[in-house]
Structures are given as C-alpha cells and as structure tokens.
Write a new protein. Structure first.
Length: 260
C-alpha cells in the first residue's frame, strides 16, 4: 500500500485500486478551493498511471461523503470569485467523468450540494444505509453550480431532479436507490469491502474496453452518441485484449487482459 501526501485528501494505492478519501471531517468534508485543486491534481496523476485500473472515492469519518461547498468560503465570494470556483468545480467533475478508468463513489454519509455533484460525476455509486442525498443550495438563495442541473436529471429524471433542486430536501439512501441514483445500499460496516469487491471485479476487465465503454456511455444520444458508440466498438477490434477475450471464451477459461 502506497500513501501520498495532500492537505485535504488522502490518496493511497492498494494493488490496482486508487483510493481517494476526502479528508476534512471537521467540516463534513466540505469542498474548499484547496480540496478542489488537490482532487483535480490527484486525478491528473492517476490518469497517467496505467497500473491503476479502478478508482474509489469516499469521505473520511462516518457522517459525510461531502456536505457541499465550504459555506465560510462561499460567504466571502464576489460573483467573479463564485464563477471561478464554479469553473474549477466543473473541471473537477469533468475530469472524473472523462477519466479512462471506472470511478466508484463509496458514499459513507451525507452527499449534498457539491458532494452529490461529485458523486454524480462518478460511474458507479454504492451507499451506506446511513447516507443522505440532496441539493440544498436553494435554501441559501443559490442554485447548484457543479453540474447538478444537468447530471441529476440524467440520473433520476427531470421531474424528480426539479423537485430535489427546487425544494432543497434531503432524502434517504433507500429513496435514492429506488430512484436509480445509487447502484446498491449496504450496511455502513460493509461499504468499503463492497466497493473494493466491485473494484476488483472491474479491474479484471480489459482497461481499453472499460475506457471506451465509459466514453460511449457518457455521450448524449442527441449529440451523436449512437454513432460514437459504433466508433468505440470498432476500436476494440484493434486491441490484443479483444483477441484474448475471444480466445478465452472459446477455450472456456478466464481472460488475462493486459491493456494492450
């Protein structure tokens, strides 16, 4: 296990898994400008590490994944500073979405505001039964600024997204599961073991095929997503992993993917 030093996050490598922990438990892991920058930095590092097959993102402690933006910082923002912060948050979420590796959000507690927006940018979401979800910005006279108006409606539908964003209400993990926001709800003590089990399962797949599948899934049908899917499908046929997958299937054995 290798550990890397940051001020607001923890990053360690466990085999083929990169584990990122939001580490501001005293403020319910709220996003400061520093945290946004450090997360963006570590994701850039992970993008250049082919040995990392899957990323897990979670929060420190048992109360919060991330409770949103740091309100004390928000209080000092001018409109220009708010725009800059929003653009950096957009860059972070887009980097998670574009990372050529699956990202699993292990949601250990409250995921609200910017915390939910980061979780929405992840590919898969596993929630503790104690987790809570919402976009409460409206209660501060604000609206989401990190992608929720777009990604939340894609995840749970426009009508439900409008209700969440316009009312600012917080909902349970079970309700989030019923709406399709999370893939699974587990007891708190099983959260990380379940996230790692899923990560190990994904790590056995071809990293090239995973990257292409993720890229195609993130495209909008309205923006040529169907044609893009065909192009990604065709690219798979130029890989050694594809050849290995076919051979393994015909030989009735487990494939050994190398990322080539």
């Amino acid at each position: 296990m290798n550990a890397h030093q940051f001020e607001t996050i923890l990053y360690q490598v466990e085999g083929v898994i990169g584990l990122i922990t939001l580490n501001r438990p005293e403020s319910l892991n709220a996003f400061s400008r520093k945290m946004v920058l450090e997360l963006t930095q570590v994701l850039s590092e992970i993008a250049g590490q082919p040995e990392i097959r899957v990323v897990i993102l979670t929060g420190a402690g048992d109360k919060a994944f991330a409770a949103g933006a740091d309100i004390r910082e928000l209080q000092t923002f001018s409109p220009t500073q708010a725009r800059g912060f929003g653009l950096r948050a957009k860059e972070l979420d887009s980097k998670i979405e574009a990372l050529e590796k699956p990202v699993i959000a292990a949601i250990n507690g409250v995921a609200a505001g910017g915390g939910l927006e980061v979780a929405l940018a992840c590919d898969l979401r596993i929630a503790s039964a104690k987790a809570r979800f919402g976009q409460p910005e409206i209660n501060l006279g604000l609206i989401p600024g990190g992608g929720a108006t777009q990604r939340l409606s894609k995840a749970i539908g426009l009508i439900q997204a409008k209700e969440w964003i316009l009312t600012g209400e917080i909902v349970s993990a079970e309700e989030a599961f019923k709406l399709g926001l999370v893939n699974k709800v587990v007891p708190p003590e099983e959260l990380m073991s379940e996230a790692k089990r899923l990560a190990e399962k994904l790590a056995q797949k071809s990293p090239i095929a995973l990257a292409l599948a993720k890229s195609a899934l993130n495209q909008s049908v309205d923006l040529g997503g169907l044609l893009y899917e065909v192009e990604c499908f065709a690219q798979c046929f130029a890989t050694e992993d594809h050849d290995e997958g076919i051979r393994a299937f015909l030989e009735r054995r487990a494939p050994k993917f190398t990322g080539q």
